[in-house]
Design a protein around this ligand. Structure first.
Ligand code: FNR
Length: 381
C-alpha cells in the first residue's frame, strides 16, 4: 500500500489508476496552461510570520460560508465528469464531504444526477448552474435542485465560450469513452477503474440526458451542449435566476474588481474569485493574485470566496489571510477520488485539515475565523 502524506501523492496514484482521457481532463489547463501553473505557483512567494509561546489549546477550524456552518472553510468545487474519475464519483465525493462537515458542490455537467446524489446523502449539498439558452431547461434544473434540498446555488459566469484544452482534443474526450483501440489499450491497464464502471449504470451526464429537449444519447447531448452556452448572458439573467432560485446565491468566475462590484450589486450572497482552475482564459492572473483587489473592492458587502491552485492547508490559510471567507478545491479531491474512491477524497480533506490546523498554530492563532493579513510577512503579498 502506497503511503499517502500529501496531495501530490494522491495525484501520482490517480495518474496510475484513471484512464488517460479522464486523468488529462482533470489535470489540464487551457492553451499554454500558464494560468493553471500560476494558480498554484503564486502561493509560494507569500510568507507567514511564525509566532511562538502563544497558547495553542482548543483550536477551532469551524466557520460559516453563506451563513451555513462548515467544519472548516473548504468546499469541494463543482467539477464536470466527476463520475468518470471513479464510478459513482459524485456520490462518493459528496459522502466524504458530508463526513468532514464541508459543502459538496454538484456540477450541472455531473455524471450522477441531482436526485441520485440526494438519494445517497443525508446533508444538503450545493448545486452549480451553467447559464444555457434553453431557459425552460434552467428552470427545470433549479426546480430539481430545490426539490433535492440543495442549500445554495453556485452560478458559473465564466463559461459562455470554452477555453481550448489541447489534451482533451487529442484524447477525443467523451463520456462514456469511445471504444477506440487506443482507449481500450489504455483502459486495459486500469483494471480497478474498469471494474467500477462495469458495476454502475451511471456513465452519462445525469442532469441532462433525458431532460433537455431533443437530447436522447451522447452524440445529441454533445451537440446540444455546444449550442447551449449563452453568448448573450447579462446581469439581468443573474437577477432572473436569483428570483427563480430564491435561496443562497454564489456567483462563480469573478476575476475583475469591476465585475466584483456588479456581483455585489446583483444581491448575490457570495462571489468566487476563480479563473475556472486555469481552464478558460489562459494568460489571466492567478486567483490568489486577483483576490486582494477584489476583497478590497467589495469591502464587506458580499462574502468573497476563492478557488484555483490550492494544494495544501498552507494555501488555504494564505487565501483566508488575503480576504477569502472560504475556499474551494477542485483537482485535489479529484485526484483523491481517482486514486482511492471515497477514501481518497477523505484522505484529501484530512491532509488539508491537518495542514490548515498546524499552520494556524505556527502562526499563533487558535480560531480560523480570526485569520487575517497579520499572519503574513509584510512585503511578501
Ligand atoms: C472544473 N471546474 C468547473 N467549474 C464549474 O463551475 N462547473 C464545472 O462543471 C466545472 N468542471 C470542472 C472540471 C474539472 C475537471 C476541473 C478541474 C474544474 C472549475 C472548478 O470548479 C474550480 O474552479 C477549479 O477546479 C479550481 O481550481 P483547482 O482547485 O482545480 O486548482
Amino acid at each position: 500500500m502506497t503511503t499517502i502524506t500529501c496531495i501530490e501523492d494522491l495525484r501520482v496514484l490517480a495518474q496510475r489508476r484513471v484512464p488517460r482521457m479522464f486523468y488529462d481532463y482533470a489535470d489540464a489547463g487551457s492553451w499554454t496552461e500558464s494560468t493553471y501553473r500560476a494558480n498554484s505557483g503564486d502561493f509560494a512567494p507569500i510568507k507567514f510570520r511564525q509566532r511562538v509561546a502563544v497558547n495553542l489549546e482548543n483550536r477551532s477550524l469551524a466557520s460559516t460560508m453563506v451563513g451555513q456552518a462548515v467544519a472548516m472553510p473548504v468546499a469541494l468545487a463543482p467539477t464536470g465528469l466527476t463520475g468518470m474519475q471513479h464510478a459513482d464519483g459524485e456520490i462518493l465525493a459528496a459522502r466524504a464531504a458530508e463526513q468532514f462537515g464541508v459543502p459538496f458542490t454538484l456540477s450541472t455537467m455531473s455524471i450522477c444526477s441531482i436526485e441520485d446524489v440526494a438519494a445517497h446523502t443525508t446533508q444538503p449539498f450545493w448545486f452549480q448552474l451553467y447559464v444555457m439558452k434553453d431557459r425552460a431547461f434552467i428552470e427545470r434544473l433549479i426546480e430539481r435542485a430545490k426539490a433535492a434540498g440543495c442549500s445554495a446555488l453556485v452560478l458559473t459566469l465564466d463559461l459562455q465560450v470554452l477555453g481550448q484544452r489541447h489534451k482533451d482534443l487529442r484524447n477525443g474526450l467523451s463520456a462514456p469513452p469511445r471504444l477506440t483501440a487506443a482507449n481500450l489499450l489504455n483502459m486495459a491497464g486500469k483494471p480497478r477503474w474498469c471494474l467500477g464502471m462495469l458495476g454502475t449504470r451511471r456513465r452519462g451526464f445525469g442532469n441532462i440526458i433525458g431532460h433537455a429537449t431533443s437530447v436522447s444519447d451522447m452524440s445529441s447531448l454533445s451537440a446540444w451542449t455546444q449550442q447551449q452556452f449563452d453568448l448573450s448572458l447579462s446581469w439581468h439573467d443573474v437577477e432572473w435566476i436569483k428570483r427563480r432560485w430564491g435561496g443562497k446565491l454564489i456567483i462563480k468566475g469573478i476575476m475583475d474588481a469591476e465585475d466584483a462590484r456588479l456581483a455585489a450589486a446583483s444581491g448575490a450572497d457570495a462571489l468566487i474569485v476563480s479563473n475556472h482552475g486555469g481552464r478558460q482564459l489562459d494568460g489571466a492572473q492567478s486567483s490568489i493574485g486577483a483576490l486582494p483587489a477584489i476583497a478590497a473592492a467589495v469591502g464587506g458587502q458580499i462574502e468573497v470566496h476563492m478557488d484555483g491552485g490550492i494544494r495544501s492547508g498552507q494555501d488555504v490559510i494564505k487565501a483566508l489571510a488575503l480576504g477569502a471567507r472560504g475556499v474551494y478545491i477542485g483537482r485535489p479531491f479529484l485526484y483523491g477520488l481517482g486514486a482511492l474512491g471515497q477514501a481518497g477524497v477523505s484522505k484529501c480533506l484530512d491532509i488539508i485539515r491537518n495542514e490548515l490546523d498546524l499552520t494556524m498554530a505556527f502562526c499563533g492563532l487558535r480560531d480560523v475565523t480570526r485569520v487575517d493579513h497579520n499572519i503574513l510577512l509584510p512585503g511578501s503579498f
